[in-house]
Design a protein around this ligand. Structure first.
Ligand code: SAM
Length: 394
């Protein structure tokens, strides 16, 4: 294998560190002062394990700030960041000094070499990286090798259908010979302003923060190597690494029970499919996904909303969820939606009795302590990403 030190991707990110370095993490730290987000993240990843916040975390391909961010958001954790880009590692180091992050270790190192770290990790975060590797399979296997037995990988890779316009303009840039010097990027930005309205890239340019500035544009359109994974391709990548895709970070956009797919004439045909086939079909139906974010474990892990769930499951509200009382359909008393969803059809309408139950969720009581009316509503809230479940029976 080519040494990553000479790899074109490493060279690209040395010239174009991405995301653009940030000056400080003060505003970011403020969001994590209250421990709710940490508890929600923990139980999203490990619903059946008691809460803790002292994990060993590897941020694999940490870019310019991600390792420092994890060290800020998990002060009791031991965080290690690796990246092949020396400016990226340096930018994380500047943040570590500025914020006195003693829980952060940084290494200029390729993902393919992480076994050299010589320690297991409870959480491996690898977002926006694997799809740039010469062989993503080798990268994911290397990450699995350093995963503790109960450990989890939080993975983000590009998705193909929503990125059709990106791949078209990448091809255009190669044909035209667009380089990566600042004047090339300026010419590209000016040219893209003239893209026809119906071009498959135009909605991304308009709506997505990934294309908000010249650095982001260069990262997406002039990247020497990126690939995208459809849902079936991602399931296969994960299986080849001997891992299981145990859930999507935000699962509602993939589930036939949520949003528009639940209302179409094919709803019952979708419901009859196996889960991985449902997710594949819903990705095709939605057609606009640009990335997939998933949690991987060594073992299959599912929580079931059976009878015993009422006495064991403690629902915790997800902080990005809002509940609105305006512009409701008849009979609805509340509209609940997750602001982290980019899809607009994933609203859950609750009747007055359901509204009372929803408003009683306090993150401490079990479902059975909140209501005697069963677990159905809680399963729907969980499917829609409005709650996570602490099933650790503390
Ligand atoms: C798009 S950036 C994502 C950064 C970060 N994960 C985030 O989400 O902000 C991709 C990063 O992956 C790094 N990278 C690419 N190939 C790598 C490899 N083989 N090993 C480690 N890092 C790599 C690049 O240097 C770059 O910093």
């Amino acid at each position: 294998m080519t040494s990553p030190a000479y790899d074109e991707i490493a060279a690209f990110y040395r010239r174009h560190p991405y995301p653009p370095p940030v000056e400080d993490l003060d505003a970011y730290a403020a969001r994590w002062l209250d421990g709710t987000l940490r508890r929600v993240e923990h139980h999203r990843i490990w619903p059946t394990m008691p809460y803790r916040d002292d994990h060993r975390i590897l941020v694999a391909g940490c870019g310019t700030s991600q390792a420092a961010k994890y060290a800020v958001r998990y002060p009791n954790a031991a965080v290690t960041g690796v990246d092949v880009s020396s400016p990226g590692i340096e930018a994380n180091r500047v943040l570590a000094d500025r914020h006195g992050l003693e829980n952060l270790e940084l290494h200029e190192m390729a993902i393919e070499d992480v076994d050299r770290l010589g320690e297991p990790f409870d959480l491996v975060v690898c977002t926006g990286v694997l799809h740039h590797l010469a062989d993503p399979d080798v990268g994911l296997v290397a990450l699995r090798e350093v995963l503790a037995p109960q450990g989890a990988v939080q993975l983000m890779v590009y998705a193909p259908y929503g990125r059709t316009g990106v791949y078209m303009i990448q091809d255009y840039c190669r044909r035209v010979g667009v380089g990566t010097e600042p004047e090339d990027i300026a010419d590209l930005v000016a040219s893209l302003r003239e893209l026809p309205v119906g071009h498959p890239l135009s909605h991304l340019l308009r709506d997505t923060r990934d294309f908000a500035d010249a650095d982001a544009l260069a990262d997406a359109l002039l990247n020497p190597r990126d690939r995208a994974y459809s849902v079936p391709q991602l399931y296969q990548l994960v299986a080849r690494a001997d891992l299981f895709l145990t859930r999507w970070v935000r699962q509602a956009p993939y589930l036939p029970q949520c949003g528009a797919p639940a209302t179409i004439p094919h709803a019952s045909a979708l419901a009859a499919l196996a889960p991985a086939d449902q997710h594949a079909a819903v990705e095709l139906f939605r057609g606009t996904m640009v990335r997939h974010s998933a949690i991987l474990h060594r073992d299959e892990q599912r929580i079931g909303f059976g009878r015993e769930a009422a006495s064991r499951f403690v629902p915790i509200r997800v902080p990005t969820v809002v509940a609105l009382e305006e512009r409701l359909p008849p009979d609805a008393a509340l509209a609940v939606l997750d602001q982290a969803h980019t899809e607009t059809d994933l609203v859950l309408f609750l009747d007055p009795a359901e509204k009372r139950v929803f408003e009683s969720i306090d993150g401490r009581r079990t479902i059975g302590e909140i209501t005697e009316s069963g677990t159905d509503l809680f399963e729907r809230l969980w499917q829609h990403d409005h709650i996570v479940i602490d099933a650790s029976s503390r």
